[in-house]
Design a protein around this ligand. Sequence first.
Ligand SMILES: NCc1[nH]cc(CCC(=O)O)c1CC(=O)O
Length: 304
Amino acid sequence: MTQAGTVRDAIIAAGYPAELKIIRTAGDASAEPVEKIGVGVFTAAVRDALAAKEVDVAVHSYKDLPTAPDERFILAAVPPREDPRDALISRDSKVLGELAPGSVVGTSAPRRVAQLRALGLGLEIVPLRGNIDTRIGKVTSGELDAVVLARAGLARVGRVEEIAESLDPVQMLPAPAQGALAVECRAEEPELAAILAKQDDPDARAMVNAERALLAELEAGCTAPVGALADVVESLDDDGVIHEELFLRACAAALDGSRVIRASRTGRVDKAVEIGQELARELLDLGARELMPANLASDSGPPG
Ligand SMILES: NCc1[nH]cc(CCC(=O)O)c1CC(=O)O
């Protein structure tokens, strides 16, 4: 609701009327693991409402969108991205390295589970779903020693001061497109798309394009143990001229944390998709396919 509100506010600021319409999704209604509910748990109902003209604009957390393109819609804007890192919220604000072996940490994303286990801290990882209040509440109540969740969600609702540690991507690579929004409208409404395009951040779009191209090339979905993070950085070329470059890091992990395959690649910002695809092939060459359980690696077909 908060993130859709920021898009509504920007439309109003651009001189057009706008109001929020809340669409309840399968992901909101169920506490089951996301990989059990199926593809598009947080986005399908919103897209259906857009296609049915119940709404004119859809705002998604970009990482929740299936990688397959949907011809019914235009991705009109990727607004400036929030900090994409994962965050630790813990009792007594302990940082990850201060958690004693056996500490109980809640998180459901296989990507987070795998990377936490790979740290070898002896943490006990337990499944956790629900909105921010539900998840943080389990730390406050003492049921869990800590939870790991996206920093972006906390930033949007003004709760970053509760974070004990924003996890370094060296330890915990975020999900592809974490912290980014996707603003869609119907394909047959290019005038509306042009208005929404004022909210687009080309760097954020390039980062997300690279990360999502990697995910698609791995044929993995948002529930696969895959992390990816792109950044647009300044670099000096041989003639001493500063130019922008896209730097993409990624990992594929075994769910039990026994292995994490990491690789990175740098290239031109306008080659974001190619960089993502190439890095995916490198991960596959390094053995990524074997690491990913078949039922988690698929973005199509029935959830398993
Ligand atoms: N899977 C649900 C989901 N989708 C987007 C976010 C966080 C906000 C974002 O990435 O923009 C979350 C919750 C979480 O991962 O803690």
